[in-house]
Write a protein that binds this ligand. Structure first.
Ligand SMILES: Nc1ncnc2c1ncn2[C@@H]1O[C@H](COP(=O)(O)OP(=O)(O)OP(=O)(O)O)[C@@H](O)[C@H]1O
Ligand SMILES: [Mg+2]
Length: 425
């Protein structure tokens, strides 16, 4: 049977494969008990925090500002990790602590296992220039230099010779779709294009980590989603680790592999969008997601259930297997069942009717009884697309992982009940 994959389905499968790779991947960045106190008596403030005092009291009594309090998390190699929270929650402070643009008061930051706090000034500078680019909301392009020179600027500072740096700058301009504008000046470009020049500049040194603080916030919504797409596709191709600060939930859900939610300097939850939407840690997180169209971010995997009948195709026991399949469907009082091979890969669906028809025709192969138009859907398929398929399908749809293995099925009833639950949350 032909499985009906469309382009989005393939994309979704790729996304799932990526998620799996991330799960097994190496830790790129480890943050442990990181603190930042602004003020002249940080030790006192730390002690008060240890005693369980609230940051508001500490500010009132000592004038010390707790910027980040006891943050711990791990970012995997190749992950887009979004830090989100209300204004003043400590996002910018946290991201600047990672490359020591702000000196930590206490705690650890490890990049590839190396302690950032222990780095000498020159090593730190080298890391910022080469391995850990930072992209801000405004890129501060040099107005009297061409787009190409702007993109090459970081390499120029590092002393890379002209030929080499221009070749590299051209490469990254191509990646962000700006190659035809290489000879123009920033003022001749739109805001969105200028932002791309900034992104190209950050990419030019081929950093393994990019730190991006509200990098797209100044853009209009259309340019913004365009840039998000550029970033995600670049990241997929090049497997860079990206830490991305945003106060925009939509953006976080769109691009983030995982999201870290901050409140008042503390990390209150880290998880995938699915985790956070379905199991918010507290009311603050819940409030964040109020009004969010939860269904928009649900996937086939998050609604699939295993209650449907599965039938193993055993070509060596043709007739017996065939009758056993019919028996199973009758026993469980189901009209449809999914046929799996030895590796649990979905071959398709059969119905009581299609089985009986084959019986009557004297063919006893489960493969001959497969229904013609039932395709498997990938686990990462967005729910919007799934709804279309489920509504159009006469029978439940099997959901498969990136290798085509059965993970469960979705019926119209399951889908409806999940969607209603999502709405109440
Ligand atoms: N240099 C500083 N001196 C004193 N307090 C500071 C300093 N920088 C930040 N803060 C305080 O630390 C807290 C966290 O600020 P931060 O800029 O990290 O928040 P944010 O989440 O990035 O906010 P926004 O969304 O508005 O950018 C705030 O209370 C802020 O006033
Ligand atoms: Mg900020």
């Amino acid at each position: 049977m032909e499985l009906t994959w469309d382009v989005r389905a393939l994309e979704a499968a790729a996304a799932e494969q990526r998620a799996r790779r991330l799960e097994s991947g190496a830790d790129k960045l480890v943050v442990r008990n990181l603190h930042k106190i602004f003020g002249n008596r940080p030790e006192l403030a730390l002690r008060m925090l240890e005693e369980g005092r609230h940051k508001d009291d500490i500010l009132k009594e000592t004038g010390q500002v707790v910027g980040v309090q006891d943050a711990s998390f791990t970012v995997k190699k190749g992950e887009i990790f979004v830090i989100m929270g209300l204004s003043g929650s400590g996002k910018s402070t946290l991201i600047r602590l990672l490359n020591r643009l702000i000196e930590p008061t206490a705690g650890e930051v490890l990049v590839d296992g190396q302690d950032v706090a222990a780095m000498s000034k020159s090593k730190l500078l080298e890391m910022r220039r080469q391995d850990m680019s930072m992209v801000f909301q405004s890129f501060a392009l040099l107005p009297h230099r061409t787009v190409l020179d702007n993109a090459a600027f970081g390499l120029e500072v590092r002393g890379v010779d002209r030929d080499k740096r221009e070749r590299r700058a051209m490469e990254v301009l191509e990646q962000v779709g700006l190659a035809p504008f290489a000879k123009r000046y920033p003022a001749q470009l739109s805001g969105g294009m200028q932002q791309r020049v900034g992104l190209a500049r950050a990419l030019a040194s081929n950093p393994s980590i990019m730190l991006m603080d509200e990098a797209f916030s100044a853009l209009d919504p259309l340019r913004r989603t365009e840039m998000q797409d550029v970033l995600v596709s670049l990241q997929r191709e090049q497997s860079r680790t990206i830490i991305f600060v945003s106060h925009d939930l939509d953006e976080a859900l769109r691009i983030g592999d995982r999201i870290c939610i901050m409140e008042g300097g503390r990390v209150v939850q880290v998880g995938t969008s699915d985790d956070i939407l379905q199991r918010p840690a507290d009311d603050y997180v819940r409030a964040f997601f109020r009004g969010v169209d939860v269904a928009k971010y649900m996937t086939a995997a998050s609604v699939a259930q295993k209650e449907q009948v599965t039938i193993f195709d055993r070509p060596e026991e043709l007739v017996r297997g065939f009758h056993a399949a019919l028996e199973r469907l009758r026993l469980f009082d189901r009209d449809y069942g999914f046929v799996l091979d030895r590796d649990h890969k979905v071959l398709g669906a059969v119905s009581v009717e299609s089985l009986v028809r084959c019986c009557e025709a004297g063919t006893f192969s489960l493969r001959d009884a497969l229904l013609p138009d039932i395709g498997a859907v990938p686990a990462a398929l967005p729910i919007d697309d799934l709804i279309r398929l489920v509504v159009a399908s006469p029978c439940p749809l099997p959901v498969v992982d990136a290798e085509g293995r059965y993970v469960g099925a979705v019926t119209k009833t399951i889908l409806l009940s999940k969607l209603c639950k999502g709405e109440q949350a």
